[in-house]
Design a protein around this ligand. Structure first.
Ligand code: UD1
Ligand code: CA
Length: 446
C-alpha cells in the first residue's frame, strides 16, 4: 500500500518509573514497540521510527529483531522541539521528516494492542486527516476530543484542560492519517504555548479545523488502541492480550482449565489436541503438540510433543520432549527426551535420553563442574535408580541398569549393571547405646 508509517517512540516514559525505555517493556514476552512495528510492516514498506531518549538501546533492539531494510530511524531534536509534534519534525527545523509516500500513518509507540485491520479503517481516501477516537468511562491521561457536526474541531491535552473539558469522555487514541501536505503546512505553525511547553501533534487538528479542513473521527475500541503510560496500564494491556491469546488457543481446540490463570506468550504455538491446566506458564517460542500440561508447570522456549508434563514441572529453554512423562518437581534444561519417564524430583540438564528409559526420583545430572557445562547421554531402556548422580560428561549405552544411590563418574557399556554403594552395616542395639537408655525403659515409657 502507498502509505508511510511513522511511529513515535522518543518520549521519556517518565510515568513508567523505570530505567528501561517505556517502549521496550514487554507484553506477553515481546517488547511493546515491536507489536506496532509488526503491524506497520504489514501495511507499508516505508517505516519511520522516531527516537530520542535511550535511542541507541532502542535502535539496537529493533535492528536485532527486524533488520533495518524497511525502517528509517530519526532522532528527534528534543531539546528544541519536544513533544509529539516535535517528533515528526526533521531534526533541524519544523518541516516534516521525509517519507516515501504522500499519506502518512502516525502512531504512538506505546500502543501494543493495535492491529493492522483496525489501522486500515483510518486510511480513508476522502479526507485529508483522519484520527482514532475512543469513548472511555475513565478518560484520565488522554487528550480530550471536541467534536462538532461529526467533525473533530480540536484536541485538548489533559494537562491543559479545564474541569469541564476533563469530563469529556471522548479521547484521542493516538493514531492519525495525514496527507503529507497537511504536515508540511501545519508542523511549522506549531508552538509550545501550553502547560508542558511541548510541540503537540494534536494541535495540528485544531489548526486544520480552523482552516475548514475536515478531520474525520474514526471510533475505535479500547481493546485495540489503549496507550500504556504506567505499570498498571502495562499490566492491563497484557491482560487484554492474554485473553486474546487464550481465546485463540481454545478456538483452535485447546482445553484450558481456569483459563484466566494461564499465562502464555505471543509466540507460543499449539498443535493438535492439547490440554492445559490452571496456573500453567508457557513462554518464548514454545510449541505444544498433542500434550497435556498439568497445573502450575512452567515451560520456556521448548517443544513438547505427545507428552504429559507436571504438575509443577519446570521445563527450561532448549528442551525437545516427545512421547514422555514428566512428573512433579522435575526440572529440565536444554535436554532431548524421547519416550522417557521421569516421574519425580529430578534435575536433567544438557542431556539426551532415549526411548524406554526410566529416571528414578531424585536423579541429578551434575552438568556443571564449576567452570563448564557438560553433557549426559543416556541410551535406550536404561533404568536409572532413585537418587543417582550422573557426573557429566558421561555416556551411558542402551540396556543399562543403575542401582539407586549410585554416583556415576564413568561411562557404562551396553548391558552393564552399575552400583556404587558403601556396604551397609547394621549394629544391633546401637539405637539404645546412642540415646543412653535401655529397651526395657523405652517400653515402660510408651
Ligand atoms: C498522547 C496525545 C494524547 C492522546 C494519547 C493517546 C499528544 C500531545 N497527546 O498523549 O492526545 O490521548 O497520546 O495515547 O500527542 N513521543 C515522542 N516525542 C516526544 C514525546 C512523545 O516521540 O517528545 C512519543 C512517546 O514515546 C510515545 C508517544 O509519542 O510513544 C506518545 O507520547 P506520550 O507522552 O505517551 O503522550 P500522551 O501523554 O499519552
Ligand atoms: Ca501515551
Amino acid at each position: 500500500m502507498s502509505i508511510s508509517v511513522a511511529i513515535l517512540a522518543a518520549g521519556a516514559g517518565t510515568r513508567m518509573k523505570s530505567s528501561l525505555p517505556k517502549v521496550l517493556h514487554k507484553i506477553c514476552g515481546k517488547e511493546m514497540l515491536f507489536y506496532s512495528i509488526d503491524e506497520a510492516l504489514k501495511i507499508s514498506d516505508d517505516i519511520h521510527i522516531v527516537l530520542f531518549h535511550q535511542h541507541e538501546k532502542i535502535k539496537e533492539a529493533i535492528q536485532k529483531s527486524f533488520g533495518d531494510s524497511k525502517i528509517t530511524f530519526h532522532i528527534q531534536n528534543h531539546l528544541s522541539y519536544p513533544g509529539t509534534g516535535g517528533a515528526l519534525m526533521n531534526g533541524a527545523d519544523q518541516n516534516p521528516i521525509s517519507t516515501k509516500y504522500d499519506k502518512v500513518l502516525v502512531l504512538n509507540g506505546d500502543m501494543p494492542l493495535v492491529k493492522e485491520k483496525e489501522l486500515l479503517k483510518l486510511i480513508s481516501p476522502a479526507s485529508a486527516v483522519s484520527m482514532s477516537v475512543l469513548t472511555l468511562e475513565n478518560p484520565t491521561g488522554y487528550g480530550r476530543v471536541i467534536i462538532e457536526d461529526k467533525k473533530v474541531t480540536s484536541i485538548v491535552e489533559e494537562k491543559d484542560a479545564q474541569e469541564a473539558t476533563k469530563s469529556i469522555c471522548i479521547v484521542n487514541a493516538g493514531v492519525y492519517v495525514f496527507e503529507r501536505h497537511i504536515l508540511e503546512t501545519y508542523l511549522p505553525k506549531l508552538n509550545n504555548h501550553n502547560n508542558q511547553k511541548e510541540y503537540y501533534l494534536t494541535d495540528i487538528i485544531g489548526l486544520c479545523a480552523k482552516d475548514n479542513k475536515e478531520v474525520m473521527p474514526v471510533f475505535v475500541n479500547e481493546k485495540d488502541f489503549m496507550g500504556v503510560n504506567s505499570k498498571s496500564q502495562l499490566a492491563y494491556a497484557e491482560s487484554i492480550m492474554l485473553q486474546d491469546l487464550r481465546n485463540k488457543a481454545m478456538d483452535q481446540g485447546v482445553i484450558m482449565h481456569l483459563p484466566e490463570t494461564i499465562y502464555l506468550e505471543s509466540e507460543v504455538v499449539f498443535e493438535g489436541e492439547c490440554e492445559i491446566e490452571n496456573g500453567v506458564c508457557i513462554k518464548g517460542k514454545s510449541k505444544i503438540i498433542n500434550s497435556h500440561i498439568k497445573a502450575h508447570t512452567v515451560i520456556e522456549n521448548s517443544c513438547i510433543k505427545d507428552s504429559d508434563i507436571g504438575p509443577m514441572a519446570h521445563i527450561r529453554p532448549g528442551c525437545q520432549i516427545s512421547n514422555t512423562h514428566i512428573g512433579n518437581f522435575v526440572e529440565l534444561k536444554a535436554s532431548i527426551l524421547n519416550g522417557v519417564k521421569a516421574g519425580h524430583l529430578s534435575y536433567l540438564g544438557d542431556c539426551s535420553i532415549d526411548e524406554g528409559s526410566n529416571i528414578g526420583a531424585g536423579v541429578i545430572t551434575c552438568n556443571y563442574d564449576g567452570k563448564k557445562k557438560h553433557k549426559t547421554i543416556i541410551g535406550k531402556n536404561v533404568f536409572v535408580g532413585s537418587d543417582t548422580q550422573l557426573i557429566a560428561p558421561i555416556n551411558i549405552a542402551s540396556n543399562v541398569l543403575i542401582g539407586s544411590g549410585t554416583t556415576m563418574t564413568k561411562d557404562a557399556k551396553e548391558g552393564d549393571l552399575i552400583t556404587s554403594r558403601v556396604k551397609q552395616e547394621n549394629k544391633a542395639g546401637g539405637f539404645y547405646r546412642f540415646f543412653g537408655y535401655s529397651k526395657e525403659s523405652s517400653q515402660s515409657n510408651d
